[in-house]
Design a binder for this molecule. Structure first.
Ligand code: IMP
Length: 408
């Protein structure tokens, strides 16, 4: 059985917790895109685990997979592995031999490009994600299958390092890349990680053939997708259900469930227009109550009301079989709640999310108001305050998707 967990908004929806919940029943938990730009937080008892590179399923000691669609910073990966081992958590790790490696020059390039992009900078996590995916598409990336062969690795770096040096110099960077140093450190990573590198598509397909349960864990969210996100303020990978199949090498025919993780309000970290942003005390209130600070960069997240225009687009692209609605309790105690049902653009109603950023920045949110609800405790759905159920039902009916779970 193959199930997907996908972010419906701009990332930070609480996927780590939802994945942790579902992974209890899974044999394999796999990531299919992104790299150390992700920040998944899983709290077990009093312990808080933050992941950037490893799938969240590692906490439960599952077989975890880093799929071919991922870009991997081996230094961060090794740090996370040893941190968990020190905590006494053991898990089996499989890394796709087709996954791409983040190299030191990617991180330098990320910073340089951001500093030169002016108004079109995305506000990246500076983890080298964009430049690594650029190299993948440009067909001069380094993959894990290269890492395990000293000769191939050296040969590739001998071509790539001078090429990258020219690019960095042209961008105004004066640091000299040291070919030997890069080769030696990456060759060493290769030796340490060798036993984990394999054809993970084969592994996952075989597991599915044997009736095992595989959970694919999305990072970021639909509106950060390279094709469907708010270009150019999005990330560089495919964060959607379609991207999940490509990112681990499985057929879409194998997918059973597509769970969309939806935060009860909207947050965004990084640049770009956000029609429901609350740049006022209410926005600050949501940020503080919801702990809305980036797991990777610590940046304060921009907060706002729920946006159904954004979510309808997500639903169209992913076709969720169910929703996991998170952080509902953050909204409790407010007298009134608002949900954006459409945009007003030049006096006309707009129900579908536009492609152009100029248009989006001129869109005004049109709201439907809801009565607020009182504080409540974790328990059964039936015990939720009536007004909270009305709020949830509205989301579910608007998207025509059932709610699988509500998280607080
Ligand atoms: P990059 O992925 O580091 O290149 O960043 C590109 C854009 O995606 C920036 O606006 C980031 O703030 C955003 N982004 C990347 N990863 C995450 C995430 O895990 N949560 C929320 N935003 C993210």
């Amino acid at each position: 059985m193959l199930n997907l967990v996908i972010g419906t908004q701009w990332g930070d929806e609480g996927k780590g917790k939802v994945v942790d919940f579902y992974s209890e029943r899974a044999d394999f938990v796999a990531r299919f895109q992104g790299g150390a730009n992700a920040g998944h937080t899983v709290v077990v008892g009093k312990k808080k685990y933050k992941f950037h590179q490893l799938p969240s399923g590692a906490v439960r000691g599952k077989k975890v997979v880093i799929g071919n669609g991922c870009v991997v910073d081996p230094e961060i990966l090794l740090e996370e592995i040893s941190k968990l081992r020190r905590e006494g958590i053991s898990f089996e790790l499989f890394i796709s031999d087709r996954a791409h490696l983040i190299l030191p020059y990617h991180k330098i390039q990320d910073k340089l490009e951001e500093s030169l992009k002016g108004k079109v900078k995305a506000g990246t996590t500076m983890r080298g994600i964009g430049p690594c995916y650029q190299d993948k598409i440009g067909r001069f990336g380094v993959r894990f299958c290269d890492l395990v062969d000293e000769e191939v690795l050296r040969e590739k770096l001998e071509i790539l390092v001078p090429l990258k040096q020219r690019i960095l110099s042209a961008l105004g960077e004066e640091i000299l890349l040291d070919l030997d140093e890069i080769f030696e450190s990456y060759n060493e990573y290769g030796k340490v990680l060798r036993g984990h590198i394999t054809d993970t598509s084969l592994l996952i397909n075989k597991a599915l053939d044997e009736g095992k349960k595989v959970l694919l864990e999305g990072a970021q969210g639909t509106h950060l997708d390279i094709d469907h996100g708010i270009y150019p303020f999005n990330t560089s990978s495919s964060t959607t259900a379609g991207g999940a199949c490509i990112g681990v090498g499985v057929s879409p025919k194998r997918v059973s469930e597509i769970v969309g993780v939806l935060k009860a309000y909207t947050t965004r970290v990084g640049e770009g227009p956000m029609p429901t942003e609350l740049s006022n005390e209410l926005g600050d209130y949501l940020r503080e109550k919801g702990g809305e600070y980036g797991t990777t960069t610590g940046r304060p997240r921009r907060c706002g009301w729920l946006d159904m225009v954004l979510l309808r687009y997500s639903e169209r692209i992913n076709r969720f079989t169910g929703l996991a609605i998170t952080k509902l309790d953050v909204l409790s105690g407010l007298k009134k709640l608002k949900v954006c049902v459409s945009y007003s653009y030049k006096g006309k109603e707009m129900r579908d999310f536009p492609a152009g950023m100029k248009i989006l920045s001129e869109c005004e949110a049109v709201y439907k108001e809801f009565k607020g609800f009182k504080d409540f405790k974790a328990g059964k759905y039936d015990d939720l305050p009536r007004e909270a159920k009305i709020y949830l039902r509205f989301i579910s009916e608007e998207l025509k998707v059932p709610i699988y779970l509500v998280s607080i």
